[in-house]
Ligand binder design. Structure first.
Ligand code: NDP
Ligand code: MG
Length: 387
C-alpha cells in the first residue's frame, strides 16, 4: 500500500520541495493531507494537483475560499490551529512531514507522535522547545522520528556506520551564513536584505535570518542533542562555507564518516520519506569531474554569540530551550519590522535567557508559559532600551 503523507506547511520552502519529491517518487507515495497558513492560492493549486483527502488552513480569514475550492471534491477542510491537530489525528495518514515554521508547529508535532505516525521533522523549533517531552513520548508510542534538517539527516546516515557507544563526537557543519567574514560592526548594522542573502541555501525568511545570526546552528545543536541522545560536549560546530559536507560522525577508532551532496533539501526530505529504502533521487548530484575545494574553519563565538548561548541552553535544559526559541522568534520579528538592529537579536535573546528562572523538569504547560514569558520579556527589552 502507498505511504500516505501529510505535509504540514506545504506552501513553504520545505513544503514545496517535499511536494516535488512526492511527485517525483510517483506510485508508492501519496499526498494525504496538506496545511497552509496564509498562502491560500498556492494551497488551492496544490489541492487541485494532488487531490488530498484533507487540508487545513490556519488563517481563519482565508477558510471560506478553501472551502469553496474543496466543494464537490473528496477533500475535507479543517480550519484554525486546532484544525491542523484534528487533521493530523486522522487514521489515513502514515507519515507527517512537519514543516510549519516556529513554535506554531508544536501542537501538530505532538499530535503526530501521540497518534503513532512516523514523524519526518523539519520544524526544529518544536524539538528545541519540547524535546524533553517529545522524545520520551515518541519512545513510549514506538514512533520513529526521521530528521529532515540536512545536517541531522547526514548525522543519521553516518551513524549507521557504527553503534551509538562507538561514537566519539558529531561534527555539525555550518555554512557560516552571509556574515561569515563580516566584522562585528558590519554584523551589528546589517540590513534585512543583507541578512536574507544566504550564500548557499534558498529557504524561508525565518530560518534564513537564523542562519545569518547563527541561531540556526544553535537550534540545530539542541536538535541534535535530542535526536541522537548526545550531550552538547560531544557536538562540535565547524564552519564549512561550501555546504557540501552536510555533517560528520567521528567514531572511537578515529574514522570520520560524512554525507555529501549539493545543497538541495530534496535529498534529506526524500530520505526521510523513503527510509529505510533509498530510491532514485530528484535532486542535483555532486559533480566530481570538475575541480573544487572544501574548506573547514572553527566558528567565531565572539561575532556569533548565538553559538555560546545555545551551548549554555543545551547544557542547562529545562525550560531554557523554550525560552531561547521564543525570544529568538520575537527578536527576529522585531528585526524584520525594522525595530531593532541586526545585532540586537542576539542581545534580546541573551537578556531573556539571563532573566529566566529555569524550571528543570517542565510539563507542557510550563513550556508554553515559558514561551509566552520569553516573548513578553524580549519584546519589553526591545521596546524599553535601545538594543
Ligand atoms: P517557510 O516560511 O518557507 O514556510 C513556513 C510554512 O509554515 C508555510 O507553509 C506557512 O504557511 C506555514 N506557517 C507559517 N506560520 C504558521 C502558523 N502560525 N500556523 C501554521 N502554519 C504556519 O519556512 P521553511 O519551509 O523554510 O521552514 C519550515 C521549517 O523547516 C522551519 O522550522 C525551518 O527551521 C525548517 N527547516 C527549513 C529548511 C529549509 O531549507 N527551508 C532546512 C531545514 C529546516 P503560509 O506560507 O501559507 O503562510
Ligand atoms: Mg540545517
Amino acid at each position: 500500500m502507498a505511504k500516505r503523507i501529510a505535509i504540514l506547511g506545504s506552501t513553504g520552502s520545505i513544503g514545496t520541495n517535499a511536494l516535488d519529491v512526492v511527485a517525483h517518487l510517483g506510485s508508492g507515495y501519496q499526498v494525504a493531507a496538506l496545511s497552509a497558513h496564509s498562502q491560500v492560492d498556492k494551497l488551492i493549486g496544490q489541492m487541485k494537483r494532488f487531490q488530498p483527502a484533507a487540508v487545513a488552513v490556519t488563517d481563519d480569514a482565508q477558510a471560506d475560499r478553501v472551502r469553496q475550492a474543496a466543494e464537490g471534491t473528496r477533500t475535507q477542510v479543517y480550519v484554525g490551529a486546532a484544525g491542523v491537530v484534528q487533521m493530523v489525528e486522522r487514521d489515513d495518514i502514515d507519515i507527517v512531514l512537519a514543516a510549519i515554521v516556529g513554535a506554531a508547529g508544536l501542537p501538530a508535532v505532538f499530535a503526530a507522535v501521540e497518534t503513532g505516525k512516523t514523524l519526518a521533522l523539519a520544524n526544529k523549533e518544536a524539538l528545541v522547545m519540547a524535546g524533553s517531552l517529545l522524545i520520551p513520548l515518541a519512545r513510549r508510542r514506538g514512533v520513529t522520528i526521521l530528521p529532515v534538517d540536512s545536517e541531522h539527516s547526514a548525522i543519521f546516515q553516518a551513524m549507521q556506520s557504527g553503534r551509538v557507544h562507538e561514537i566519539k563526537k558529531v561534527i555539525l557543519t555550518a555554512s557560516g551564513g552571509p556574515f561569515r567574514t563580516a566584522s562585528l560592526e558590519q554584523i551589528e548594522s546589517a540590513t534585512l536584505d543583507d541578512a536574507l542573502n544566504h550564500p548557499t541555501w534558498r529557504m524561508g525568511n525565518k530560518i534564513t535570518i537564523d542562519s545569518a545570526t547563527m541561531f540556526n546552528k544553535g537550534l540545530e545543536l539542541i536538535e541534535a542533542c535530542w535526536l541522537f541522545d548526545l550531550p552538547p560536549e560531544k557536538i562540535e560546530i565547524v564552519i564549512h562555507p561550501e555546504s557540501i559536507v552536510h555533517s560528520m560522525v567521528e567514531f572511537v577508532d578515529g574514522s570520520v564518516i560524512a554525507q555529501l551532496g549539493p545543497p538541495d533539501m530534496r535529498t534529506p526530505i526524500q530520505y526521510a520519506l523513503t527510509y529505510p529504502d533509498r530510491l532514485h533521487g530528484v535532486s542535483r548530484t555532486l559533480d566530481l569531474s570538475r575541480s573544487f575545494s572544501l574548506n573547514f574553519h572553527p566558528p567565531d563565538f565572539e561575532r556569533f554569540p548565538a553559538l555560546r548561548l545555545a551551548q549554555h541552553v543545551a547544557r542547562l535544559g529545562g525550560t531554557l530551550g523554550a525560552v531561547l526559541n521564543a525570544a529568538n522568534e520575537s527578536a527576529v520579528t522585531a528585526f524584520v519590522a525594522g525595530n531593532i538592529p541586526f545585532g540586537g537579536i542576539a542581545r534580546a535573546v541573551e537578556h531573556t535567557i539571563r532573566s529566566h528562572a529555569v524550571q528543570p523538569t517542565p510539563t507542557l504547560d510550563d513550556l508554553l508559559k515559558a514561551d509566552r514569558w520569553a516573548r513578553g520579556t524580549a519584546e519589553r527589552f526591545v521596546n524599553a532600551v535601545s538594543v
